[in-house]
Design a protein around this ligand. Structure first.
Ligand SMILES: Nc1ncnc2c1ncn2[C@@H]1O[C@H](COP(=O)(O)OP(=O)(O)O)[C@@H](O)[C@H]1O
Ligand SMILES: [Mg+2]
Length: 514
């Protein structure tokens, strides 16, 4: 007899249905799995046999039969151990030790030797698949059930029954109709709660008003930023503080973030979702793969883990040139394509870049007090790293100067971050409304036709910009970036019209000092 169970495989962030066929035929005693599995699938044979033995049923090796498991389609490389449960159930069905109807059920889970079910990665992606492909229920490890249940919080979408089980015996009892397992549900209120404790409040950072305002604008419009200045002036501090003013992600964004972090195995243990914007700060010695993703099985890199949040590249010129070069395409496209033998998979990578750099290797070039000790050629080679494909994508340049004593002793302003976060949240809401039909969420994502449509300016603003362009102070690219930033500044005020003041302020973030 041949049994067919439905399971699934990850393909980037998306997934695909896998049919687990088990044939139990007369012939020499054997137990084989085919269909391009990795080592984990071979090991699955051992786990499946042990788990079946543990519940006093007859394992494949005890049958005088030829048992063949086929994972189809064969051309998709299947990785991981999530087929254990499907293989075990397929075998038990084919060998007539259990009876149930596998139609309409998506079955996922790794088995431990004692038959208990171990959690798997990528569950949210699988429940989206189940919804899309018309499955009525998902059976999976109990620890994953809440995460799977997030799909049922979507409005106007078909609901799926989510069954989280502790072990193989429980799954069998359920499938044979001998035991009820209550459906897993997520409390939608939980998604709205802010679990984040911010390390740094904007109010604790002294002086640096221009940069703080620059970061506020960046947070509102998702604009890329470069912070430049001598050592110890608070560049790293300021960059880290930006998380405290980022708006809460929307429900759709929470689903996206949760999918990514689930696949990376980085969801917090106590909560099956991610409802805060990520902040990723890879070290400058990071490899290309850890930054952009890849490997086998393909894992999301830092740029995907920073999706809808911040990618902070501190000591920017210290990063290897090739690594920086590899960021060019994902920044442009908002996603990264990873080539596999037979297909290409993509991970999203819409992040806000914050880069920080000293103006020269010693850090004091252009400082009014301290003398720079670098040679002209050292400075030139350092500068070359600061020009290039990534720097071309910067909307906001901030010069972070040495602090004055009077700044240092100024009092803290408690709760400043919360105030700014509210403003930023409102500005994001305006953008979401504006771009409803454009398929983007923020001003930084506008392309030229959208800039023309949404960033209209009056003649006095045009005159200012003309002066800058004609004097060679502003390139064509810079011109469009000024308009986008000015759009965000107006949005922070909740104002439709872009004023000359907005343009002047946006220009103040184009002029690179030092
Ligand atoms: N503007 C500031 N307000 C308050 N503390 C500051 C400020 N700038 C620097 N500091 C203090 O100095 C330390 C070093 O700052 P850091 O952000 O690492 O500087 P940079 O990255 O520019 O070299 C911080 O951890 C903080 O304690
Ligand atoms: Mg620093």
């Amino acid at each position: 007899m041949v049994a067919k169970i439905f399971s699934a495989a990850l393909k980037g962030l998306e997934s695909q249905v896998i049919e687990v066929e088990v044939a139990c035929n007369k012939g020499l005693r054997s137990f084989n799995i085919v269909g391009l599995g990795d080592k984990a699938i071979t090991e699955s044979k051992e786990r499946v046999s042990q788990a079946i033995k543990s519940i006093k049923l007859s394992p494949p090796q005890a049958q005088a039969k030829r048992i063949l498991v086929n994972l189809a389609p064969a051309d998709l490389k299947k990785e991981g151990s999530l087929y254990d449960l499907a293989i075990a159930l397929g075998y038990l069905l084919a060998s007539k030790q259990v009876r149930f109807n596998p139609q309409g059920k998506l079955i996922l889970g790794e088995l431990a030797l004692d038959g208990s079910l171990k959690p798997i990665k990528g569950v949210l992606s699988f429940s989206f698949l189940a919804q899309k492909e018309g499955f009525g229920e998902i059976i999976l490890p109990k620890e994953n059930a809440k995460e799977a249940g997030l799909v049922n919080l979507q409005e106007r979408q078909r609901k799926i029954k989510i069954i989280g089980a502790e072990n193989l015996a429980e799954v069998i009892s359920y499938l044979e109709g001998k035991k009820e397992i209550p459906e897993s549900k997520v409390d939608p209120q939980q998604l709205k709660r802010n679990f984040q404790k911010f390390e740094i409040d904007f109010g604790w950072i002294k002086g640096q008003l221009h940069t703080k305002r620059g970061l506020e604008i960046a947070a509102a419009g998702a604009h890329n930023v470069l912070l430049q200045g001598p050592p110890g002036t608070g560049k790293t501090l300021l960059a880290k503080a930006i998380v405290s003013i980022l708006p809460q992600p929307s429900f759709e964004e929470i689903l996206e973030l949760t999918k990514i972090y689930s696949i990376a195995g980085l969801l917090p243990k106590e909560r099956p979702f991610l409802n805060q914007r990520p902040f990723r700060a890879p070290h400058h010695t990071s490899s290309e793969v850890s930054l952009i993703g890849g490997g086998s099985p393909p894992k999301p890199g830092e740029i995907t883990l920073a999706h809808r949040g911040i990618l902070f590249l501190d000591e920017f010129p210290e990063f290897h040139r090739d690594v920086l070069e590899s960021l060019r395409q994902p920044i442009e496209e908002g996603e990264i394509a990873i080539q596999r033998a037979k297909y290409i998979l993509t991970f999203p990578a819409k992040f806000t870049l914050i880069a920080a750099a000293n103006p020269c290797p010693c850090g004091y070039f252009g400082d009014p007090e301290k003398e720079c000790t670098c040679t002209a050629s050292q400075i030139a080679s350092y500068r070359r790293k600061l020009s290039g494909p990534l720097i071309d994508r910067i909307d906001i340049f901030c010069w972070v100067p040495s602090l004055k004593y009077s700044d240092l002793i100024s009092p803290d302003k408690e709760g400043q971050s919360q105030e700014i976060r509210k403003k930023v949240g409102r500005a994001r809401e305006i953008q979401r409304e504006r771009f409803k039909k454009e398929g983007i969420l923020t001003n930084s994502e506008m392309k030229i036709p959208q800039i023309k449509k949404y960033c209209q300016i009056d003649s006095s603003s045009q005159n200012i910009l003309r002066k800058y362009v004609d004097k060679g102070l502003l390139s064509a690219r810079g011109y469009h970036r000024v308009l986008k930033v000015a759009r965000t500044i107006a949005d922070l005020e909740g104002r439709e019209k872009i004023l000359t003041d907005d343009i002047s302020e946006a220009l103040s973030y184009r002029l690179r000092e030092g």
